[in-house]
Design a protein around this ligand. Structure first.
Ligand code: BGC
Length: 351
């Protein structure tokens, strides 16, 4: 294993974004950036041994900070996904969070994603980034530090270990928002990709995509991926939890709901390249989002790989969205001065 450091570029405000590239013996590599502790590129082999970049993104740092371009590769904190009415109550106190979309909070307003993280530790196969947010910043209680340690292995696994520490009881829902396209073909959407999600229920949502607290059965619906099939097979079928034309943007309730126990959550594969990716997590949910809110054309990207409509599948491991409003959802509050840890792995192999 080896690691190298370079400068990715500068943001409009002049801040330099650093890039750490971890390479294993086979040459497979991942580049991680200080901006949003993000995954900038991830090059893994196809069935012929040819390396290709399986994550969408940009050649220039500034684009990453545009929320309309979909949080490409970035870590989301403190609390991913939506918070209804941009407020929540904890231990009898009401907290107001950023109202950055509709009437709700999305991805906590993006502070953790669109700013530079510190580099705490570097080894030959890992980088640890951290981000500090003071008490009541964006309305959240607790002087709060989130770190994420990325480790890349000889067998092409990228492990993300998040650690959260707060001096007050609070909430956290860390995720990574990479969009995967295993074909590495800039003309292809993910509709031809095969997908399996190890879940038989999903969180029901209203017309604003906010969870209602109900858990719906996936069986016999267009959202069921309990057996592997193409993402595009039924993506445009009307369904109550799907916004017409957008396609999948929903949380699946994983079979394994034991918080802290690492289990396989999903498998994404692409027959043309032979690439396969397993997602493992110790969290109870995963958001499948296929980039249906991205523009159909005109967006930038990496060289000939634009960040456009349905070009990538985000598989965001998480607590169910808006768990703070639904006591029936499996959730773990962050206790004062007690570390909360969670792990996600993206494991690459061949079909
Ligand atoms: C949300 C989408 C949103 C995307 C980018 C996903 O987690 O569910 O609705 O467009 O993030 O912000």
């Amino acid at each position: 294993m080896s690691i190298s450091k370079s400068i990715f570029g500068a943001l409009k405000n002049g801040q330099e974004v650093e890039l750490y590239t971890i390479t294993n013996k086979s040459g497979a590599n991942v580049s991680l950036m200080t901006l949003g502790a993000g995954i900038q590129s991830l090059n893994v082999p196809d069935k012929n041994g040819v390396l290709g970049d399986v994550v969408l993104g940009f050649d220039c740092p500034e684009y990453y900070t545009d929320p309309d371009l979909g949080y490409q590769g970035l870590v989301v904190g403190r609390y991913a996904n939506r918070i209804r009415d941009a407020k929540f109550t904890l231990d009898g106190v009401e907290y107001s969070t950023p109202n950055n979309q509709g009437t709700w909070t999305l991805h906590s307003g993006g502070r953790f994603s669109f700013n530079l993280w510190n580099v705490d530790d570097v080894t030959d196969n890992s980088v640890t980034f951290s981000f500090f947010s003071p008490d009541m910043e964006d309305g959240f209680p607790g002087n709060f530090r989130m770190s994420v340690k990325y480790t890349f292995t000889e067998d092409n696994t990228l492990r993300l270990e998040y650690t959260v520490l707060s001096d007050k009881r609070t909430i956290a829902n860390p995720t990574n928002h990479s969009y995967f396209n295993l074909s590495c073909d800039g003309t292809k959407t993910v509709e031809e990709h095969l997908l399996q999600i190890n879940a038989d229920k999903f969180t029901e949502t209203d017309d604003d995509q906010l969870t209602t607290g109900e858990l719906g059965e996936l069986k016999d619906t267009m959202m069921d991926f309990s057996s592997m099939h193409k993402i595009g097979d039924r993506i445009d079928e009307p369904f109550r939890a799907i916004i017409d034309g957008i396609g999948y943007d929903n949380n699946y309730c994983l079979y394994n709901s034991e918080i802290g126990k690492l289990a396989q959550a999903a498998i994404l594969a692409e027959e043309g390249s032979g690439r396969k990716m397993e997602v493992w997590t110790d969290l109870p949910g995963i958001q499948l989002y296929c980039g249906g809110w991205l523009e159909k054309s005109g967006n930038p990207g990496k060289k000939d790989s634009p960040v456009t409509y349905r070009r990538g599948a985000a598989l965001e491991t998480q607590f169910y969205p808006d768990s703070v409003h639904h006591p029936n959802f499996p959730f773990k509050y962050v206790d004062a001065n007690k570390e909360f840890k969670t792990t996600t792995e993206f494991r690459f192999s061949l079909l």
